[in-house]
Design a protein. Structure first.
Lengths: 424, 346
């Protein structure tokens, strides 16, 4: 009797300690999640805080007098004349007219407010509309990057303002009158790279990424799935297949730069394929994602219950029919999820692309698999290393675009798993 | 079965074709090389692309050495047409080129770049001699005639005129061309001013005079110079080593240390008066002219007055442009496309 009571006593005594232990353990868990979320939040606030201004452009709207004499141009359809015409002068004159008090002597200071590529825009507009010659048109041009930085970041210690006091006063006034405005930066989404931050766009990198990912997908998915099916369903269990299995797992852990070296040696040096093209990038990333896809596809095949196979075999299906008609459709959601995650990983990769020349300054938006191209993370890398401060916000904005892609790909994977996965 | 056979044949044919793929025709100029020249060459490439009907050249920043290796790999459109360098071609690289059939090369010296030691405007500015710089950053310094691991902790340990603050300098990693130039032009030059350096053998000279201390006083900051700039602004005890263009871009927040009494200005660097200045180059593969369209026109654009003249757009991005007569020489060179010879490099 006393013995029993004492045992209950022991339990009661230790109970408090055990509860405490459990509470502590839970607190550790909460803390771990808080740290992870905190890190993520810091990352996002930093990127969004730095980068949201990258989605805005600063423009100057003014009445440009397209005087043929001033531009040395009397026939805008004549290529020779276009080449030798002066498209800067009308812009300077138009802006001087907008600024009361600005004189002809200050033309250089006025010129420094206009984007150096505005004259190219004017040239192209005239080429497209030759009838504009001799008229006055209200046109909108990008401002100079220094103006852009001043308008967005005056007073921000991270940026240096390169305008002088006179120019600052002008810009303030023009902004008040609505001549200088900020609006959504469509240039960022419609152009290729540029060394002028105001003109730099991300479309080239997006298209490059899509082309590269397409090559990666159409190669790695069928090869990965076929390899997984063979290893899981047909291959005999012996030392050789064990060896292959170990090596696939090893390959999944090989640093990606090694695949870049392999790509350089095999695709470029041996096969003589061109540098910097999406095909080679896709091939290299295929090598990198293959192990991930094979491993996840094998896991998906393994999770198909044996009863399905046995039932199919029981009614006389051949091995191939069992696999193609029953196992594969049921394993497909898992395979797709694994592939999407592998693709998302490949989308964020820069290191292997460095060696095959996809880390490059490419202005033209690629229009084929054999056109020089770069990819989104490379664009971020290149902008982050540029001396121009205005590229900081472009780099952060590009990170946001890249993250949007990654998050949507992962969301798609989760949605597919939820939607298609069969539970047994 | 028939289908499978057809597929297998197609796959085989495809792989054979890939194996023997001849060099594909290319209509975009391919440029590789120095990351120091990259910001200038990209601006030229972009202007060239908008001005002419040729497509915009493609530029890879591979470093000077990496660029030379790719450039000298051979003739054919899978190899680059032009390589940029922040130093002159080495004789070994020239020989590599020759042995791979790249015999006709034209060299263009396009201007200069200076390496500066900068700090925040709120920090105490340094006035250094190259000798003091070596004593502060060299891995081994002479103490009583013996070469020992650098004992100097504070700048004032090097010379009493310098601030009594710990030596902390951020700079580029050994893979960078800027670091090579810094070691060679700043440290080795400072080392040579020490009387003890005269007794060093050639090997000892290379290992002692051109190496940076590794005890934490010199901090390697990766290739991203913007990062160094950010650090300097936040920390007034820190000094940073980088290219002149980054100093110019942040001129309102950074100041540069004087070296041997010289302030790094564009004029002083162009005139070679500032001691840590180097020349920038690009090399053209003549065999590709006429094969890849636009090479000659690109060269013309690069050396034009609009780009490299005293009011040129390359000046706006921080290139220290050559004087007028050097520019005229470049133009003559571009017209004749004279071959580089081994003797010139020796």
């Amino acid at each position: 009797m006393t013995d029993q009571r004492s045992q209950a006593e022991i339990v009661r005594q230790s109970l408090k300690r055990r509860y405490r232990k459990e509470r502590r353990f839970r607190a550790y868990g909460v803390l771990a999640i808080a740290i992870a979320l905190g890190a993520l939040l810091t990352l996002f606030t930093d990127i969004i805080g730095k980068g949201y201004t990258g989605f805005m452009k600063t423009t100057i709207t003014m009445d440009v007098q397209l005087d043929g004499e001033m531009m040395y141009l009397d026939d805008p359809t004549d290529e020779r004349q276009i080449k030798m015409a002066d498209f800067v002068e009308p812009l300077i004159q138009a802006l001087i007219k907008e600024i009361p008090g600005a004189t002809e002597e200050q033309r250089n200071q006025v010129r420094e407010l206009i984007n150096p590529y505005a004259s190219v825009a004017l040239r192209d507009a005239l080429k497209a509309n030759p009838e504009w010659l001799g008229t006055t048109q209200t046109m909108t041009f990008l401002s100079h990057t220094d103006v852009d930085v001043y308008v967005k970041h005056a007073g921000d210690a991270a940026y240096s303002i390169k305008l002088n006091d006179q120019q600052k006063a002008w810009v303030d006034e023009l902004q008040e009158r609505g001549v200088i405005e900020t609006s959504f930066n469509d240039v960022f989404f419609s152009g290729g790279d540029s060394r002028d931050p105001s003109k730099a766009g991300i479309l080239g990198a997006i298209v490059g990424s899509l082309l590269t990912m397409f090559v990666t997908l159409i190669l790695s998915f069928p090869i990965g799935v076929a390899a997984a099916i063979y290893l899981e369903e047909f291959a005999p269990q012996n030392k050789f297949t064990d060896f292959i299995e170990v090596n696939i797992n090893n390959l999944a852990a090989v640093p990606s730069i090694i695949f870049g070296l392999l790509g350089l040696a095999v695709f470029i040096n041996l096969f003589g394929m061109p540098r910097s093209v999406p095909v080679v990038g896709g091939l290299v990333l295929t090598l990198m994602t293959l192990p991930t896809i094979i491993i996840s596809s094998r896991a998906a095949i393994k999770s198909v219950p044996p009863s399905i196979r046995e039932a199919a075999e029981g009614i006389g299906a051949s091995k191939m029919q069992v696999v193609l008609h029953h196992v594969l459709p049921l394993a497909m959601p898992g395979m797709l999820t694994g592939s999407i995650i592998g693709m998302a990983q490949a989308l964020g990769e820069t290191a292997p692309l460095l060696l095959i020349g996809m880390v490059a300054f490419i202005v033209d938006v690629p229009d084929g698999f054999f056109d020089s191209a770069t990819v989104l993370p490379v664009q971020v890398f290149l902008w982050a290393g540029s001396p121009e401060l205005a590229f900081i916000e472009r780099a952060s904005a590009a990170i946001m675009v890249l993250l949007t892609f990654l998050i949507s790909m992962n969301a798609l994977a989760i949605w597919m798993r939820k939607r298609l996965e069969r539970r047994w | 079965m028939k289908l499978n056979k057809a597929l297998a044949t197609a796959a085989l044919a495809g792989s054979v074709a890939a194996m023997s793929a001849p060099a594909m025709a290319r209509d975009t100029i391919s440029i590789v090389g120095s990351s120091t020249v990259y910001p200038f060459a990209t601006v030229v490439a972009e202007r060239f692309g908008t001005k002419t009907d040729f497509s915009t050249p493609k530029l890879e920043s591979t470093g000077s050495g990496g660029g030379m290796k790719l450039f000298c790999q051979g003739i054919g459109t899978q190899h680059p047409d032009i390589t940029n360098a922040s130093r002159r071609m080495k004789t070994s690289e020239f020989e590599l080129c020759q042995s791979n059939g790249v015999t006709d090369i034209t060299e263009f010296r396009i201007g200069s770049d200076g390496i500066v030691i900068a700090s925040s405007k709120n920090a105490e500015n340094l006035e250094l001699t190259l000798e003091q710089l070596f004593l502060a950053l060299g891995s081994k310094v002479p103490v009583n005639g013996e070469w020992v691991a650098n004992p100097n902790k504070n700048w004032s340990d090097v010379d009493s005129s310098l601030p009594n603050k710990p030596i902390r300098v951020m700079g580029p990693p050994p893979t960078s061309g800027t670091r090579d130039s810094f070691n060679e032009l700043a440290l080795a030059a400072g080392c040579d001013e020490l009387p003890e350096a005269a007794d060093l053998s050639k090997d000892e000279h290379a290992s002692i005079c051109e190496s940076v201390r590794e005890d934490g006083a010199f901090i390697e900051a990766g290739e991203n110079d913007n990062l160094i700039v950010q650090k300097l602004i936040g920390d007034t005890n820190m000094y940073g080593v980088f290219g002149y263009s980054f100093l110019e871009e942040n001129a309102d927040r950074l100041q540069a240390a004087t070296l041997n009494g010289m302030v790094p200005t564009a004029e002083a660097i162009a005139a070679d008066e500032y001691p840590v200045a180097r020349s920038l180059f690009f090399y053209v593969k003549k065999a590709h002219i006429g094969v890849v369209p636009g090479i000659k026109e690109y060269v013309d654009e690069f050396i034009s007055n609009a780009a490299m003249g005293p009011n040129g757009y390359l000046k706006d991005v921080g290139l220290i442009v050559p004087p007028r007569d050097a520019l005229m020489d470049l133009m003559d060179k571009a017209e004749g496309m004279r071959n580089l010879t081994l003797d010139e490099l020796k």
